[in-house]
Design a protein around this ligand. Structure first.
Ligand code: FMN
Length: 405
């Protein structure tokens, strides 16, 4: 699913060494089917040429406040009226200062002064500039006025130094813009807890038992819940998925860690969606030293882990959603799990079917409702399935409120 189909994004580019990364952001936005228009400061053009953005977006790049050719217009107002979201990527210390103080001495700063749509900015500068109290104070002013700051990262900077101030990852910037551009805020004010990924159960200091869960489904659900306005906590076992933008992420290892962390965050959640593939059994003992090769067979004694979903159900949050991943006769098992664990919804998937399963970007699932409804969703991207599941969560929350009132 493209997340920005038909949404109109104005991207303002300023004179940072990381301006070339704006091209990657534009590409990401276009992949999500956004209509993108670019405006650049004159200083930005020292770092990357406008031709790149004209080619990527199919629109001329707006640079001049007072163009020497053609009709003088009010491009600063036209761009603001056209945009659903305005993003400044990268944002220099200079533009941040101008925005905080209401200055408008070129096209981009004038567009920003006229801006009355959601606006985000991704600062990028050397850590010395970022640490300057003036820059920090300006960013505080902008935060208080409702601008969304996509925080810069720690890492290697342009001059080879290491520190804060690196432009956020382009994927994260696209994600942040997608969140701002989604006009559905049907989970605003809601708290959603999601578990994802596998767990890892140690056998000895070098070996462990785990499973094939990639975390992609749970991370997709976290992204969609955040995009629709929820305050999201994601508790994940080991996976290489990056933190979704705007989501509180807790990374855990074993089933026991997962249990503790889930219960630590459980209070006050409106919806709990348990996607993690938590180990059912773990080695009864973890050896202190690496187990040496010896006899021709080795028997590991395993014990049951705690059943997190069942324990949550004993003090059920308003909405509780489970997943059932099976390889045979799973539908029957999933129906039983829905009842046994007192769930509102269970998402069943048979990972033996092509296009479904752990590491794929797509999945084929069946939604099983408490009232007996069964909906088979066609093969689609995990992010699309996540959006569909969030539709159900919104409906369930709404139904419960209607029943209670
Ligand atoms: C090589 C070079 C790299 C620069 N990188 C940055 C940067 O990453 N962040 C920043 O805030 N300023 C940076 N500057 C300084 C800005 O380009 C300068 O403040 C400029 O006036 C910003 O103009 P603008 O905000 O209108 O684009 C850099 C300057 C040079 C010469």
């Amino acid at each position: 699913m493209a997340r920005l189909t038909g949404r109109r994004i104005v991207l303002g580019i300023t004179g940072s060494i990381s301006a070339y990364k704006a091209a990657e952001v534009v590409r990401g936005l276009i992949q999500e089917e956004a209509d993108v228009r670019v405006t650049m400061t004159k200083e930005a053009m020292h770092f990357i040429g406008p031709m790149t953005f004209t080619a990527l977006t199919g629109h001329p790049v707006a640079i001049e406040q007072f163009p020497s050719h053609g009709q003088p217009g009010e491009e600063h107002i036209d761009l603001t009226i056209w945009a659903d979201v305005i993003a400044v990527v990268p944002a220099t210390g200079n533009i941040i200062g101008k925005m905080a103080n209401g200055l408008a001495d070129d096209l981009l700063s004038t567009v920003l002064l006229a801006c009355d749509v959601p606006c985000c900015l991704a600062p990028a500068m050397n850590f010395r500039m970022l640490g300057n109290p003036a820059v920090q104070a300006n960013m505080d002013v902008l935060r208080k006025r409702g601008y969304h700051i996509i925080e810069s990262a720690y890492g290697p900077l342009a001059n080879g130094e290491i520190g804060e101030g690196r432009l956020a990852d382009p994927d994260q910037i696209v994600e942040a813009i997608a969140i701002l551009a989604d006009s559905r805020r049907d989970l605003a004010g809601r708290r959603v807890l999601i578990s994802a990924g596998p767990t890892v159960e140690p056998i000895d200091p070098v070996r462990f038992i785990t499973n094939r869960s990639s975390g992609k489904m749970g991370f997709s659900i976290a992204r969609m819940a955040a995009q629709r306005g929820a305050s999201v906590t994601l508790i994940t076992g080991p996976t290489n998925q990056p933190d979704p933008y705007g989501v509180t992420v807790e990374r855990v290892k074993s089933a026991e860690d997962m249990h503790q962390t889930v219960f630590h965050h459980l209070d006050g959640q409106d919806a709990v969606i348990m996607v993690a593939a938590v180990a059912d059994y773990r080695p009864k003992q973890t050896a202190d030293h690496k187990i040496k090769k010896g006899a021709s067979t080795l028997i590991l004694e395993m014990e049951r882990t705690r059943d997190i979903l069942k324990e949550i159900a004993q003090n059920k949050p308003p909405v509780l959603v489970g997943f059932a991943v099976e390889t045979h006769e799973g539908l029957q098992y999933a129906k039983q799990k829905l009842i046994d664990k007192n769930l509102d919804l269970i998402v069943y998937n048979d990972i033996t079917v092509e296009g479904a399963g752990f590491d794929a970007d797509t999945n084929i699932v069946t939604l099983l409702h408490r009232d007996g409804r069964e909906e088979v969703l066609p093969k689609q991207l995990k992010i699309e399935i996540a959006d569909r599941i969030m539709d159900e969560v919104v409906a369930l929350l709404h139904t419960q409120e209607t029943v209670l009132s």
